[in-house]
Design a protein around this ligand. Structure first.
Ligand code: UT7
Length: 322
C-alpha cells in the first residue's frame, strides 16, 4: 500500500526574541508566573511588515533543502494557519508564488492550534489516494498580530514562527513497520466556541483579538489529547510502549506533562520547545519536529505521536514512523 513518508523538515523563527521579563513593563505579570504556569521562558515575534507567508516560505525553503528537492518536485502545498496575511488569497498560494512555483495546487487549512494535525491527515489522504505524490505541509502563524496587549491572561502565552514537512508517496507493506504516516484521529466540538476564539473577522468587519478562558481549555486538554493519542496508536497497531517521541502541541508544559503521564510515556520521550517558542498555534508541532530532528533526538525509524487541541474546540493526533 502507499504510505506518506517524511522526506524533509525545516523551520523558521523571526529574529526578535522576547523574554518573559519584557512583559513586566506592559502588564501586571512576572517571569516567575509565566514560567511556573505555562513553562514559557521566551518567544519570537515578527518584525513590522513581516507576515505569515514570509515565515512559511522560509520554513518551506529549509524543508526543501533538507529533502534535497526543489519546487518542481512538489505537487501541493497546504498551510495550516489562523493568521493568513490577507482574507484571501490563501497564505499557501502566496508561499507558492514566493517559491516561484507555477504548477500544482495550494490551499490553507484552519483548525487553529490543531491545524497542523488536520493538515498532515489531509495530506496523507491525498497521497494515499494518489491525488499527489509530494506535499509540502506547513504550519505558520503570527499570533502576535491578534494579541490584546492589555490582557495579561493571553498576551504572555503566544509566539510567532513556522515549520514545514515534506511528505512523499512510497510503497509500504501495510504494517506498523512501514515508515510514514500510520494513522490519525480528528475531532471537533463547536459547542466550546466561547472558551477560545478571536472576537472579530471578515463577517463582523474587524480583525479582533484572541480571547481565552485558559482554565476551561486546560480542563479539556489533557483528557482529550491522551484519548486521541490512544485511538491513533490503536489504529496503527501500536501501544504507548512503542512510542519513541511524543511531539505535542506546545501550549503549556503542565498540559504536556499531564498528557504524557496519562499516556504512560515518560517525559524523557517528549520533545519540548514551549520554553523557547511559547504557543505558536499551528506552527508548534512542525517547529518541534524540526528542532527535535536538529537536536539529534528524532531518528529515522522511530515512532512519533503528535497531538494538539485548540479553538473550536478542535483536536486530534497523528502517529508516524520517522
Ligand atoms: O493552544 C490552544 C490551547 N490553549 C491552551 O492549551 C491553554 C490552556 N490553558 C493554560 O495554559 C492555563 O490555563 C493558563 C496558563 C492560561 C493559565 O494558568 P492557570 O493555572 O489556569 O491560571 P488561572 O487562569 O487560573 O489564573 C490564576 C491566577 C488568576 O488570579 P486569581 O484569580 O487567582 O487572583 C489570574 O488572574 O493568575 C492570574 N493571572 C496572572 N498573573 C500574573 C492570569 N494571567 C496572569 C499573568 N501574570 N500573565
Amino acid at each position: 500500500m502507499t504510505r506518506a513518508q517524511i522526506r524533509g523538515v525545516g523551520h523558521y523563527l523571526p529574529e526578535r526574541v522576547v523574554e518573559n521579563a519584557e512583559f513586566e513593563s506592559i502588564v501586571d505579570t512576572s517571569d516567575e508566573w509565566i514560567r511556573s504556569r505555562s513553562g514559557i521562558e521566551r518567544r519570537h515575534f515578527v518584525a513590522d511588515g513581516e507576515t505569515t507567508s514570509d515565515l512559511a516560505t522560509r520554513a518551506a525553503k529549509a524543508a526543501l533543502a533538507d529533502a534535497g528537492l526543489d519546487t518542481s518536485d512538489i505537487d501541493a502545498i497546504i498551510v495550516a494557519t489562523s493568521t493568513a496575511d490577507l482574507t484571501f488569497p490563501s497564505a499557501a498560494t502566496m508561499v507558492q508564488n514566493q517559491l516561484g512555483m507555477r504548477h500544482g495546487f495550494a490551499f490553507d487549512m484552519q483548525a487553529v492550534c490543531a491545524g497542523f494535525v488536520f493538515a498532515l491527515s489531509t495530506a496523507n489522504a491525498m497521497i494515499v489516494s494518489g491525488q499527489a505524490r509530494r506535499v509540502l505541509v506547513i504550519g505558520a502563524e503570527t499570533f502576535s498580530r491578534i494579541m490584546d496587549w492589555t490582557d495579561r491572561t493571553t498576551c504572555v502565552l503566544f509566539g510567532d514562527g513556522a515549520g514545514a514537512l515534506i511528505l512523499e508517496a512510497a510503497e509500504g507493506t501495510g504494517t506498523p513497520d512501514d515508515r510514514g504516516i500510520l494513522s490519525s484521529d480528528l475531532h471537533s466540538d463547536g459547542q466550546y466556541r466561547d472558551i477560545l476564539y478571536v472576537d472579530g473577522g471578515v463577517s463582523t468587519q474587524s480583525t479582533g483579538h484572541l480571547r481565552m478562558q485558559g482554565k476551561e481549555v486546560f480542563r479539556h486538554a489533557i483528557e482529550k489529547l491522551a484519548e486521541t493519542a490512544h485511538v491513533s496508536l490503536d489504529r496503527a497497531g501500536l501501544a504507548p510502549s512503542d512510542v519513541d517521541w511524543i511531539v505535542p502541541h506546545q501550549a503549556n508544559l503542565r498540559i504536556i506533562r499531564g498528557t504524557a503521564q496519562r499516556m504512560g510515556v515518560g517525559m524523557d520521550r517528549v520533545i519540548l520547545t514551549v520554553q523557547d517558542h511559547g504557543n505558536t498555534s499551528a506552527a508548534s508541532i512542525p517547529l518541534a519536529l524540526s528542532v527535535g530532528k536538529a537536536r539529534g533526538q528524532i531518528q529515522p525509524g522511530q515512532i512519533v505521536v503528535t497531538e494538539a487541541i485548540g479553538g473550536g474546540l478542535a483536536w486530534g493526533s497523528v502517529v508516524l514512523r520517522w
